[in-house]
Design a protein around this ligand. Structure first.
Ligand code: SF4
Ligand code: SF4
Length: 74
């Protein structure tokens, strides 16, 4: 996911994403379309301010799933 507090709206990630999954939201911050993202890691590697954390996004998704399943096992 994109940390909107860190993102400076430089557009590097938007340009580098091979599947066009990143766009700007109304505040000019990057946002990732999770349905398009193939988790290639290019945006995370390219962001100059480390605003993108794919692991956190996936971890959160996992946590949500696990929370639903009433289990905290990894
Ligand atoms: S991980 Fe790859 S596919 Fe996903 S948003 Fe970043 S650049 Fe695009
Ligand atoms: S590369 Fe980083 S700072 Fe630039 S628009 Fe994307 S998330 Fe924001």
């Amino acid at each position: 996911m994109v940390d909107k507090k860190k993102c400076i709206g430089c557009g590097t990630c938007v340009a580098i994403c091979p599947v066009g999954a990143i766009s700007f939201d109304d505040d000019g911050k990057a946002q990732i379309d999770k349905n398009k993202c193939i988790h290639c890691g290019a945006c995370q590697a390219s962001c100059p301010v480390n605003a993108i954390d794919l692991d956190a996004a996936e971890a959160k998704q996992e946590k949500d799933d696990k929370t639903k399943a009433c289990s905290k096992k990894k």
